[in-house]
Ligand binder design. Structure first.
Ligand code: FE2
Length: 268
């Protein structure tokens, strides 16, 4: 089986011609399915662009959303739209709605969007100002109330997705999976969160890691040493590979605005 992994493709920045060219690049890989780890577009365009991509690629697209996919929208509204999309389009799978997907015997795919949770680095002294708190209605409302209220909202979103991931992983393990592929947007460990060849500093880590996700993944991987866990994520736009224990590998994808690419072909 051949899977094409894409991340942070930001299709809304591209003109139609450039998007069609990119879809043809994906088709040329001759993959059986597409794995997409978020930042596909923005709330007003993400559904339409996923449908467009699907109509050209004509293969299953398993995806999670990134923070940009909620820009100019409300979190719950976007989630409802993705649920609808997954129900309407046979080849589109928003992983939080799709649940465990068996790709091949013993190989199970799961995924949750994930949110940066401000738990790593130094949130209160950070000089980093993220667009998220201006562009996502739920975060904007909390940021007006204060830094503490914004942090609480970030953590509420992150903890919800981490709890869902725990349920997904428990189910995948119960299905006797030998290999579990996890899609998520935010790197779950600081070592997977790179910027210009170095780990993100204390100002950026609060917004570039989801500790909640890492805290679910690592103990589950250690408790299940015979299962291989591969976590694919994005968000930083910087490539990273981190192996916190023998059976858990985390890969973050490199990305450039206006230049979407196929990150990696995964075969098994
Ligand atoms: Fe992102």
């Amino acid at each position: 089986m051949k899977l094409a992994w894409l991340t942070d493709i930001h299709l809304n920045f591209l003109k139609e011609g450039a998007r069609l060219k990119f879809y043809q690049e994906i088709v040329k890989t001759n993959s059986d399915a597409i794995l997409l780890t978020g930042d596909i577009a923005e709330a007003p365009s993400v559904s339409a662009l996923l449908r467009e991509m699907c109509s050209h690629v004509k293969k299953p697209i398993y995806f999670v959303l990134g923070n940009h996919d909620f820009y100019k929208g409300q979190v719950d509204d976007v989630k409802k739209e993705m649920l609808q999309l997954t129900n309407d389009e046979a080849l589109l799978f928003w992983m939080p709605a799709a649940g465990c997907q068996t790709l091949e015997k013993d190989i199970v795919l799961v995924g949750q969007d994930g949110w940066a949770d401000g738990r790593l680095g130094d949130y209160y002294h950070s000089i980093c100002s993220m667009y998220d708190s201006r562009m996502i209605a739920d975060l904007f409302q909390q940021s007006i109330l204060g830094k503490k209220q914004l942090l609480e909202k970030m953590q509420q979103l992150a903890d919800h997705d981490a709890a869902q991931l725990k349920d997904n992983l428990t189910q995948a393990i119960a299905q006797q999976a030998k290999k579990i592929i996890v899609l998520t947007h935010i790197p779950p460990f600081p070592e997977a969160s790179m910027h210009k060849g170095k780990m993100c500093d204390d100002s950026y880590l609060p917004f570039f890691t989801a500790k909640a996700t890492g805290d679910i993944l690592l103990p589950i991987a250690k408790e299940n040493p015979t299962i291989e866990f591969l976590v694919l994520c994005g968000h930083t736009h910087s490539a990273a590979v981190y192996q916190p224990c023998t059976n858990l590998i985390v890969k973050a994808g490199a990305a450039e605005y206006y230049k979407p690419k196929v990150q990696e072909i995964i075969t098994f």
